[in-house]
Design a binder for this molecule. Structure first.
Ligand code: PRX
Length: 636
């Protein structure tokens, strides 16, 4: 066992030597000439001149030693299907998929939007894009047509990959239908739509000349081999959209070499996954956790990855432990919300299966509360490792690094800065570093380590203005999270400084939800806030002003109007963003200059003090919020 503090110091003080050593964990087609080009801060180019390929590192390089080992185990409790792919099978499928993409003219640098349920073909599609140097952008299947259209217009894909349908809780969700709708809304639609037909939606309509059937094209390319296209390290591998303060999601752009090295290093040092071992990450490929730790991370590490389509409590709350037991899962990764859901279930489910193969459970995406951490730690007898990061960073900013040193963990804290991350806690107003146990904004001193976003897709100016301009006195990347650090060096994350809501580990923007609600023709104005929720961490709450008050004049009418607003959000953004409650008011609290006082609204909704309200324009507006919340609480 080493000393983590020393390892960490090395990563900062001898940065180039440190990362040059980590870069040996992946295969390079051509070695890099320079570890880091930081001539245009804060833009960082890692492993300059090096050529590599993510798909080659995830698949091809394992053929020599582990061709027959399981690479991907697909389990669907929705359709009852289970299928195993060895590294050789995965190689074959990815080559076929890559050949199909090429046959449709997709080439290096072209964008491909993948809008897919959790099926093995989604992973093949991602790897196939990486293989030919096409830039994939996976959009979470829970996003509705309008959100998808926004992403189509920003990424301007040459082709989209989808399935006829997905399933959730036994209900069919028509994916292809949503894609049709999104393309109708889009200003810049793709030429082709490639469809994996699962036989779930027999009524699926096809558009002549645009829609392609994957199975038939695959059959034409059964024996195809497609040479990996070698990319210069900084060339983009993918775009992943994420929410922030504005209504327009940002395309986080990831490089190739830096990401591959960062993932390989994190698999070794943080997640301790060894070749031949099994990893089960219960996220969705549409989120960053899915990209890094369902698809690329475990495969680069030569592990078996589990791709699970289904809920954690269906057919019963023991399903995950059954998967762990039957597949001898060593490393598991999920969200605190999922564990809180399981905690509500009878304890016997956790005792039904032998889960002794499980070494560690990693939790991320939202704060892990102490009771939940304690409960799952006692129940599983495995290490519980809280790790904190963001779509932007692609891998942990804060975590224990158990392969280097088994540092004691404190419940409620994601431990320390991960190697490579030079962190500071700055006072929001003065920009000065705060003291022990004092609340500050968590920032990263650039250059950002390998694997982090290289820019915002097509918008360098937005990359700078969003992430690097919060503090005047110092060029730093802001995480938009509040945090403290205790005397032992442990960090504690206290929540976002901006208007981002975190529902069940899903990141949603208040502006996005407000815009979706405003699409209803009777909404004049609306404020959306996140309020504490025992299971999901936060829930979405909306306060809306209607244009025609007669439509909310009785409780029955208001309830109807609320339903309509919820349906509008479902349609515009997706059900994940649906407000748990819509209150109707006649006025929203604003400053005299017209800025919405979301923090005060949130405080009232959570029963806290509102703080300084000297800039409030009309106190009556806050009274209305208070009354609405009180009435709602009384009726609950
Ligand atoms: O507020 C932090 C919270 O989730 C945000 C990032 O969300 P996303 O981009 O979806 O990436 C998730 C990757 C795991 C952060 O700004 N967050 C993430 N992990 C934690 C967390 N909050 C507290 N504790 C965590 N472990």
């Amino acid at each position: 066992m080493g000393n983590y503090a020393e390892f960490y110091r090395g990563s900062i003080d001898q940065r180039d030597a440190f990362w040059s050593e980590q870069a040996k964990l992946i295969d390079w087609h051509q070695p890099f000439e320079q570890v880091l080009d930081y001539s245009k801060p804060p833009f960082a180019k890692w492993f300059v001149g090096g050529q590599t390929n993510l798909c080659y590192n995830a698949v091809d390089r394992h053929l020599k030693e582990r061709a027959e080992q399981k690479a991907l185990v697909y389990i669907s409790t929705e359709t009852g299907q289970e299928k195993t792919y060895s590294f050789r099978d995965l190689y074959d499928e990815v080559n076929r998929f890559a050949a199909v993409l090429q046959s449709q003219g997709v080439a290096k640098g072209d964008r491909v939007i993948i809008y897919m349920p959790m099926i093995a073909e989604a992973v093949f599609a991602m790897l196939a894009c990486a293989r030919i140097g096409a830039i994939h952008s996976v959009v979470f299947g829970g996003f509705a047509a309008h959100s998808l259209a926004t992403r189509i217009d920003d990424a301007t894909p040459k082709l989209m990959v989808t399935a006829d349908a997905g399933m959730r809780g036994g209900k069919t969700i028509p994916y292809k239908h949503l894609v049709d709708e999104a393309i109708r809304l889009s200003a810049n639609p793709p030429e082709k739509v490639l469809i994996c037909h699962r036989g779930l939606d027999p009524d699926m309509a096809l558009v002549e000349g645009r829609d392609l059937d994957y199975a038939s094209l695959r059959a034409e390319h059964l024996n195809a081999t497609v040479e990996p296209v070698w990319l210069e390290s900084s060339e983009p591998s993918y775009i992943l959209y994420t929410s922030g303060t504005t209504g327009k999601p940002k395309g986080v752009q990831r490089d190739t070499g830096g990401y591959a090295v960062a993932l390989a290093a994190s698999m070794k040092h943080i997640y301790t996954g060894k070749p031949g071992e099994v990893m089960f990450t219960s996220s969705d490929i549409g989120w960053v956790v899915g990209h890094s730790y369902i698809v690329y991370g475990p495969l680069i590490a030569g592990m078996t990855t589990i791709v699970y389509e289904g809920l954690p409590i269906r057919p019963n709350p023991a399903i995950w432990w059954k998967i762990v037991s039957e597949n001898k899962v060593n490393i598991m990764f999920t969200s605190p919300t999922a564990i809180r859901v399981l905690k509500k279930q009878p304890a016997e489910y956790l005792k039904k299966y032998d889960v002794s193969s499980l070494r560690s459970l990693y939790l991320a995406g939202e704060p892990l509360d102490e009771p939940t951490a304690r409960w799952i730690s006692d129940a599983l007898g495995a290490n519980i490792i809280d790790n904190y990061w963001q779509t932007e960073t692609g891998w942990p900013i804060l975590s224990a690094v158990p392969e280097i040193e088994d540092t004691p963990r404190k419940f409620g804290s994601p431990s320390f800065a991960a190697y490579g991350f030079n962190l500071k806690l700055l006072h929001e107003g003065t920009g000065k570093e705060v003291g022990t146990d004092e609340k500050g904004v968590l920032v990263i001193v650039p250059p950002l380590p390998p694997g982090c976003l290289s820019t915002v897709w097509g918008d360098d100016a937005r990359f700078l203005s969003t992430y690097f301009s919060s503090f005047e006195n110092e060029l730093v990347y802001t995480t938009f999270d509040w945090a403290t650090q205790d005397a032992d060096g442990y960090y504690f994350i206290l929540g976002r400084t901006d208007d981002v809501i975190n529902v069940a580990g899903h990141r949603l923007g208040t502006r996005e939800i407000e815009e979706a609600i405003s699409a209803h023709n009777n909404i004049a104005e609306v404020a959306v806030v996140g309020v504490h929720d025992e299971i999901k961490g936060q829930a979405v709450m909306a306060f809306a002003v209607v244009k025609d008050p007669s439509r909310t004049s009785t409780p029955e009418e208001a309830a109807l109007m609320e339903k309509e607003v919820m349906a509008t959000v479902d349609r515009e953004l997706g059900a994940i963003a649906r407000p748990a409650k819509v209150h109707f008011v006649t006025l929203l609290p604003k400053t005299r200059s017209g800025k919405l006082l979301r923090r005060s609204i949130q405080a009232i909704a959570e029963g806290r003090e509102t703080g300084d309200l000297t800039t409030l324009d009309d106190p009556g507006a806050l009274e209305q919020i208070k009354n609405a919340v009180a009435k709602w609480k009384a009726g609950k």
